[in-house]
Design a protein around this ligand. Structure first.
Ligand code: ZN
Length: 181
């Protein structure tokens, strides 16, 4: 394997920032995996399956849940990472003052109108979540809840189609694997 000699300092900073912010959170799978596995998985999908090298997009992937799920404010994120990264994170941040059904509907409606970087982060987020549901689902999720998640995620991804055909094919493959279960 070729090791490239230009790891981005700001990317490493984003990983450190996100791991600190999410340090007490766990995923919903039976093992209660560390939450940070999820944002790191997004960046891994984008960089190593999608060939994305844009540092702002990879940093936004690692930071994508910091505003929504931790005490991080947009101001704080902008102070540390600047406007470009912060604006992508804000584009993929749900408004938690809305109820869950409304937030889910808004994701479907907004997806076509967000920036390319935000669409890529959203696509990687849905890929990572489908993988988690297939391999280590939340312990208390019955089959119909998993099915509903796949159907909703497909509607969101339909709104970003044309952004990255290879990653969209990865998403579609996960959906067909779920349909076979
Ligand atoms: Zn996420």
């Amino acid at each position: 394997m070729d090791i490239e000699n230009h790891v981005s300092g700001v990317f490493v900073k984003a990983v450190a920032f996100a791991s600190d912010k999410h340090r007490n959170q766990r995923r919903k799978d039976a093992d209660a995996s560390p939450y940070i596995n999820h944002p790191i998985a997004l960046a891994n999908v984008l960089a190593n399956e999608g060939g994305i090298t844009d540092t702002a997009i990879l940093c936004a992937a690692v930071l994508h849940d910091t505003i929504e799920d931790t005490q991080t404010t947009p101001f704080e994120l902008e102070q540390v990472f600047g406007k470009a990264i912060t604006s992508i994170v804000l584009e993929v941040t749900d408004d938690k003052s809305l109820d869950k059904a409304t937030r889910k509907q808004k994701q479907i409606e907004h997806a076509p109108h967000i920036s390319r970087g935000a669409k890529l982060v959203k696509l990687a987020d849905k890929i990572s979540n489908l993988r988690d549901i297939l391999s280590s689902p939340p312990a208390d999720w019955p089959a119909d809840r998993k099915k509903a998640y796949f159907e909703w995620a497909s509607k969101v991804v339909d709104g970003v189609r044309g952004t990255h055909p290879e990653l969209e094919a990865v998403f579609d493959d996960l959906c067909s694997r779920h349909a076979e279960l």
